[in-house]
Design a protein around this ligand. Sequence first.
Ligand code: NAD
Length: 503
Amino acid sequence: RLASLGRPARMTKGDAAMVLTAQPAKLRNWIGGDWVHSSVSVYEEVYNPATGAAIAQVPLSTAEELDAAVRAASEAFASWRKVASPRRARYLFRYQQLLTEHADELARLITTENGKSLEEAIGEVQRGIECVEFAAGAPTLLMGSQLPDIATGIESGMYRYPLGVVAGITPFNFPMMVPCWMFPLAVACGNAFVLKPSERTPLLVNRLAELFEAAGFPPGVLNVVHGAHDVVNAMLRHEDVEAISFVGSQPVAEYVYKTGTSHGKRVQALAGAKNHSIVLADADLDNAVRNITSAAFGSAGERCMACAVVAVVEEVADELVARLVEAADAISIGNGLDDGVFLGPVIREANKARTFRYIEQGVAEQAELARDGRLDAAAAGDGYFVGPTIFDRVKPGMAIWNDEIFAPVLAVVRVKDLAEAIAVANRSEFANGACLYTDSAKAIRLFREEIDAGMLGVNLGVPAPMAFFPFSGYKKSFYGDLHANGRDGVEFYTRKKMVTARY
Ligand code: NAD
């Protein structure tokens, strides 16, 4: 029966693969199973942030190209929705196998376009594959529910159906994992998908699409349209787009949510963050230092689950700050493809300049600059490097406490106790993640009950849920009702029919 899925398509040496070997390629869109050049003359350079070298050119596609992708998806949907869910799952099993076989290549591509270390990129590939594995459970996930006797001789049942064409808009910081939160589950549910990846990291998605094609999925089930706000605006208004999954910065998430819903679409928009970690006096400091260092400076702080603020009780504050500085001094900075490198560049020169402005502002607001990452920047090379930066004695309300800097900058706030630490964290307008380092069950319970954050960690640094749980931020970290992944994801990508019957 596997053979009846159709033969895997020939593996194309596509745009993305060329980047690692040849001249900067003009990236193509993938519409209705065809790799097509955009009609635009405007292309944006894609840079390797570790070297500053241009590695590709991405088209800023038009509303008409988005429309062509939506039409291709609508056409594919008409038959894809009729493919039995166990068969849809089998395509995903094959896709999972191909992603696993190409994991090393995918990780290298992530590092090349995003800058994160190869180790982090390997972890990201694994997180992406786990989403495909979750989606392959489609037959179970899509089950409805019945009650045989809502009244004498009358039964009632709930059945799940796909929505139609779903669109996805993704950020630069997880070129593989975030798209994999979206399209595998959406297509497993029977939808067709149009994806607009970040124009700063567009290569990996083309490779994901090539492997999707190789897995034998019918043309048009997944489409990729490269570009920026013009494509997004066309998605938000297109009458044949039923739902939109967005992940990116807070202002854009709010805009996408408000505009999309005002056009009658279902929208889930995952947004920015300013995650606090709390360190109590009874914490294992070795563990806290190791995990906070990794959560604050790993992926150059460009994670929505990064640790941006540490609220530490006075008793251990001097020791913690000294040890964090020591750990930061030991970090090796450079091209993420090189052995032993932990901290790569931020994504663009403009992000580096913005980070420097925040560091200047922190100094002007009289936080204590315990470690200045600007000093590492020049030594690290031509890329967009910022070294690990630590501010001590930060006060809530300062810009470096308030704003998502999205760079390797850590703010330490000194507090008297857990209650004050929770109060500080809860002043943030964001509510994505929060961590607590302690040995006290009572403290952990209070933290769980009182903290404003959707994803909590205890004695670990990055409490990102796995694919079968929801990615559950709130406040300004999320707009919508149903989160990405887990049962929420299934609910988001399906609609229900209730049937009430008398025989
Ligand atoms: P971004 O908002 O700049 O871009 C995200 C997407 O929106 C891109 O595809 C981009 O092309 C598009 N876009 C940007 N500006 C737009 C505009 N004015 N109109 C329409 N579309 C626009 O975000 P980014 O810098 O790529 O990603 C980093 C952000 O994403 C951070 O804020 C981070 O916290 C957030 N993020 C959140 C989560 C989460 O789960 N909450 C996960 C990953 C990243």
